[in-house]
Design a protein around this ligand. Structure first.
Ligand code: TRP
Length: 430
């Protein structure tokens, strides 16, 4: 029985390069072969629309990325491999999550904040050029993840905040409507080396220094010959430290091959010769996959069929799950009796809660929310989490009777009656 659900998406906005292969594709394809994981991989083409405004490029990239994953050995029979936009339940879930997501949470997203900071620095309006799509990016991503109740989400460091936000949205939804969503965890690929690009900086689309994974053999050779090196002459010993050439070799070769390459450096191999060896080593791993890739690229209809079959598999989960979620939030046939058809799992009754958090000013605060998640009380900032916890303990124990004593530390945000009722809930239930 497969238990662990792993899910990840790839934005279809570019052409896969060697860095993507070493950092994401190769480890992911290997992991997908483990028998205890149930893997979901998808082409995030709705996400692509946030940054790419060229329809032909979105389509081309979707084709290239799909062909790449298949050519690199992803087995669509073993995993669920699909295209995001083939699952209409994803935008539907995005809306349900939008309605339980604080706008303030999205204001704090790094990608959005970076745009605002850039505008502010340039003296422009904070939201200049920022689409609502960019702002909503984390909600769409949460829908991708929560739809399939993924446990683990392998991502780069820059995406960790998005997974945390997905957890927040899942908690809010569960709190309000019952336990529907698994809280996902990010799995950071820490051991995966980042690959240097042609200029020695990290290989990245944004530096324009990439080597396309499936460049034709001769083009691959030309690109490798163009990698930046120092000016040491043939016969002079060369440093492996900090050599892009060496790091690229190491990412593909066995430890023995790498050791032999290091000796050649020490013995003063000419840069031209070293590049030739790197090219041959890379091409040895890539050539068989490139042959499959080229064949797939000539037959887009076949890829289309594969993705459609993947979407059928994904929707076999997404369609009934969405029906359950619609029912949970009250989007129900009018002739169904209120509350009818609930499963035991969704039967949990929501209760008031305290939420503790820390703000950017470093102070600790808490809130009291009613069963529907509406804000009732907010505390001032405390220096330590202990002080916040003590105030909460008093409110739980004494209920509304504690309010006068804590007066200066709290701000009422809801009707006194509602605050008193919510607090009574705690003192009654211990
Ligand atoms: N935002 C991710 C990226 O740019 C791609 C992505 C979209 C994703 N939806 C996802 C990754 C869901 C993991 C899970 O890298």
């Amino acid at each position: 029985m497969k238990t662990l659900r792993v899910l990840t998406g790839i934005t279809t906005s570019g052409t896969p390069h060697l860095g993507n292969y070493v950092g994401a594709i190769r480890p992911t394809v290997r992991a997908s072969r483990l028998s205890h994981v149930d893997s979901f991989y998808f082409l995030a083409d709705y996400h692509a629309l946030i940054k790419v405004g060229e329809p032909a490029r979105v389509q081309r990239s979707t084709l290239e990325i799909a062909a790449t994953w298949l050519a690199c050995g992803l087995d669509p029979e073993k995993v669920t491999f699909y295209r995001q936009s083939d699952i209409p339940e994803i935008p539907e879930l995005t809306w349900l999550l939008t309605c339980v997501t604080g706008k303030g949470l999205l204001n704090r997203a790094h990608a959005y904040k970076a745009s605002v900071d850039k505008n502010t620095a340039a003296g422009a309006e904070p939201d200049d050029g920022v689409t609502a799509g960019l702002f909503m990016y984390p909600v769409l991503m949460a829908a991708d993840i929560l739809m399939f109740n993924a446990h683990k989400v392998p991502v780069g460091r820059d995406q960790v905040q998005h997974i945390e936000m997905a957890r927040d949205m899942a908690s809010s939804f569960n709190h309000l409507y019952g336990e529907h969503f698994t809280l996902p965890e990010a799995e950071i690929e820490a051991h995966v080396a980042t690959l240097p690009g042609l200029d020695g900086r990290k290989m990245s689309k944004s530096y324009d220094n990439t080597i396309p994974l499936f460049a034709p053999r001769e083009q691959l050779r030309k690109l490798i010959m163009g990698i930046v090196t120092d000016s040491r002459a043939p016969g002079e010993p060369k440093d492996t430290e900090g050599s892009a050439l060496f790091q690229l070799f190491q990412a593909f070769a066995s430890p023995q091959e790498t050791a032999a390459f290091a000796s050649a450096f020490a013995e003063g191999i000419a840069w031209g010769e070293a590049k030739e060896r790197l090219f041959e080593r890379l091409d040895r791993e890539i050539a068989p996959m490139r042959a499959v890739y080229d064949e797939l690229m000539r037959d887009p209809a076949r890829i289309e069929r594969t993705l459609r079959a993947g979407a059928d598999k994904a929707r076999a989960i997404a369609t009934p799950f969405t029906a359950r979620l619609r029912h949970a939030v009250g989007l129900r046939p009018l002739d169904s009796v209120a509350g009818e058809g609930r499963t035991a799992r969704t039967d949990k009754v929501a209760t008031p809660t305290f939420k503790q958090y820390r703000e950017a000013d470093g102070l600790f605060r808490f809130k009291l929310l009613d069963a529907r998640g509406t804000l009732l009380l907010e505390s001032v900032g405390f220096e330590s989490p202990r002080e916040a916890a003590q105030a909460i303990a008093r409110l739980r124990k004494e209920g509304a009777a504690a309010l006068p004593g804590l007066g200066t530390q709290l701000q009422m945000q809801g009707p006194p009656q509602a605050v008193a009722e919510a607090l009574a809930h705690f003192s009654e239930n211990g």
